[in-house]
Design a protein around this ligand. Sequence first.
Ligand SMILES: Cc1cc2nc3c(=O)[nH]c(=O)nc-3n(C[C@H](O)[C@H](O)[C@H](O)COP(=O)(O)OP(=O)(O)OC[C@H]3O[C@@H](n4cnc5c(N)ncnc54)[C@H](O)[C@@H]3O)c2cc1C
Length: 442
Amino acid sequence: MILIIGNGISGVTAARNIRKKSDEPITIISSESKYFFSRTALMYVYMGHMKFEHTQPYEPHFWIKNRIELKQTFVESIDTDAKTLLCTGGELLHYDKLIMATGSKPNKFGWKGQDAKHVQGLYSKQDLENMEANTQGISSAVIVGGGLIGVEMAEMLLTRNIEVHFLVREKQFWNNVLPKQDAVFIMKHFEKHHGLHMHYSDELEEIHVDESNSAIGITTKNGNKIDCQFVGLTAGVSPNIDFIKKSKIETNRGILVNRFLETSVKDVYAIGDCAEFTDAIPGRRSIEQVWYTGKFMGETVAHTITGNRVEYNPGHWFNSAKFFDIEYQTYGDVLSNLKEGESKFVYQHPKEEILLHFVFDTVTRRFIGVNNYGIRLRHLVFNAWLDKSATIEEVLEDLASANFDPEFYKTYESDIVAQFNTEFGTHIVAAKRKWWQKLTNA
Ligand SMILES: Cc1cc2nc3c(=O)[nH]c(=O)nc-3n(C[C@H](O)[C@H](O)[C@H](O)COP(=O)(O)OP(=O)(O)OC[C@H]3O[C@@H](n4cnc5c(N)ncnc54)[C@H](O)[C@@H]3O)c2cc1C
């Protein structure tokens, strides 16, 4: 019997991939919902672009056909000696192998009023339902913490004509991830949004409540008082592992795992947002809290559990998100500050909201990474360039290969190359999709 706690992308990917190779009984447990749904799509439900049912990638018969049992209950504790889980209501479940895929929870930092009514994070289906109820008929909200979920929450609230005050502790938006030029570009974009009030270099001091313990305003560390009827807490997330801390499984910030996703206890594995590598892959974080890394970990652990023990190897870093109307992608390693021996090349379109930020090795010219905003570039092509250690010149010459839409892209491409030639004294010429032609001819 294989038990999986958590029906998010990590747990579900593990179950699907184990089933492809094994007939062992599999049960997925989650307290949040019976069926797997896409957490990244929650904002679109609030904004009315889709119904909650549309966020569920698989129909109910999929689980029956694949003989994956779904159980909606909460796991209170784990006894790794007896190999059992104790669920709410006293049900005891036995496992031969256990996969923990318990995800994250929104951070709270002990602010006064953080548990009041109309104060919440945005992570779960229940958070979405609470947000729907908590924002009915309100006119003003405060969001605490400047990351991607905060931006999503701001966009959601603005679509309902709710005034948003967004507190960002740092001088620049998402400054631990974005280089300064990129952050400034995004901050300019924020200014365009009517009803959005950004407060940089300021943070939450206290949430004020009325006699019914509902939020009515906040005070910031800088002494600003803001009236509001809703407070969104989006100051990051941490692994959701409180109930595991009582077990024999070793934890730190997350559940500690080796590169094989094995925990300190035999036959117990951890994957996705809740896992913390004791020995992180060089250049990557020890806890990876994004969709595709959860998926990769699910695939990896499925190999191991079905007899082919393999290490987690997610390849080159990539990520994508959206800052209101600007799409953002990143391939390879673009850090907020250049490392020694690295150079950057930044192209910003004079009129349109397009920015590309390339990083490369100053001496060898090896392309290290790119952040692109307002323009979509192909993952497959950048991955190939990173794999073969292409130089920055090779990448720029053939940038059209990475473009989804070469017809519209032509002008940017020659402008980008021209600017690079001016800045770096090179004489490269933009080619016509060399790499892509090679691939499609192959
Ligand atoms: C609003 C939002 C937007 C996001 N957007 C993006 C994006 O654009 N791109 C991106 O890469 N990532 C995004 N993320 C992050 C991404 O969604 C997560 O990295 C991913 O969903 C984590 O998957 P997981 O399977 O590890 O855990 P989860 O999806 O969190 O699933 C864990 C499940 O386990 C359940 N569980 C936990 N403990 C127990 C217990 N004791 N008993 C029973 N059940 C339990 C939880 O209730 C939950 O259902 C976003 C996250 C949020 C919240």
